[in-house]
Design a protein around this ligand. Structure first.
Ligand code: FEO
Length: 168
């Protein structure tokens, strides 16, 4: 029987388009973190540089999770082009503030896909996205606590602040 051999498309097409956009967003976040890692690396900010190299890898993993999920569920994952990556930052604090904004934007996008999946009765995607919701909550918390360190250590030398920041 044809249907027994060929995998049925379980993913909803509207949801699939949103997930493909999410892949692009995660890859853009990865490229952005890589630019931040480079800025920190050039200034020997050792904790921040390893933090952002790690973040860049993690965002790529997020994109790949979604990529394989789409294909595993009978859809068509699209490899995105990543453009307009900013490599120019005014300060380390500005980098972390931009990171928080980026994460808030990703969270909102995940919520939107989650709501759409629910509306479209795409239960498989809804369950899949639960992991991303927890992950976003953790990532936003991490960025907020780092920005708190800047508030507490205002006026201290940059390398001293960097030593208090997480490496991953
Ligand atoms: Fe995968 Fe932090 O967004």
């Amino acid at each position: 029987m044809k249907t027994a051999i060929r995998k049925q498309m379980t993913i909803n097409p509207v949801v699939m388009d949103l997930l493909n956009s999410q892949i692009a967003l995660e890859m853009k976040a990865s490229a952005s973190y890589l630019a931040m890692a480079s800025w920190c690396d050039q200034r020997e900010l050792v904790n921040s540089k390893s933090f952002f190299y790690k973040q860049a890898e993690e965002e790529r993993e997020h994109a790949m999770k979604i990529f394989t999920f789409i294909n595993d569920n009978g859809g068509a994952a699209i490899s995105p082009s990543v453009e307009n990556v900013n490599n120019d930052f005014e300060s380390l604090r500005a980098i972390y503030e931009t990171s928080l904004d980026q994460e808030i934007n990703v969270t909102e996008s995940i919520f939107n896909i989650f709501k759409t999946a629910r509306k479209e009765d795409d239960f498989v995607t809804e369950v899949f996205l639960q992991w991303f919701i927890s992950e976003q909550s953790e990532e936003e918390d991490t960025m907020r606590s780092i920005i708190d360190v800047f508030d507490l250590m205002e006026g201290m030398p940059l390398k001293m602040i960097d030593e208090r920041l997480p490496k991953e």
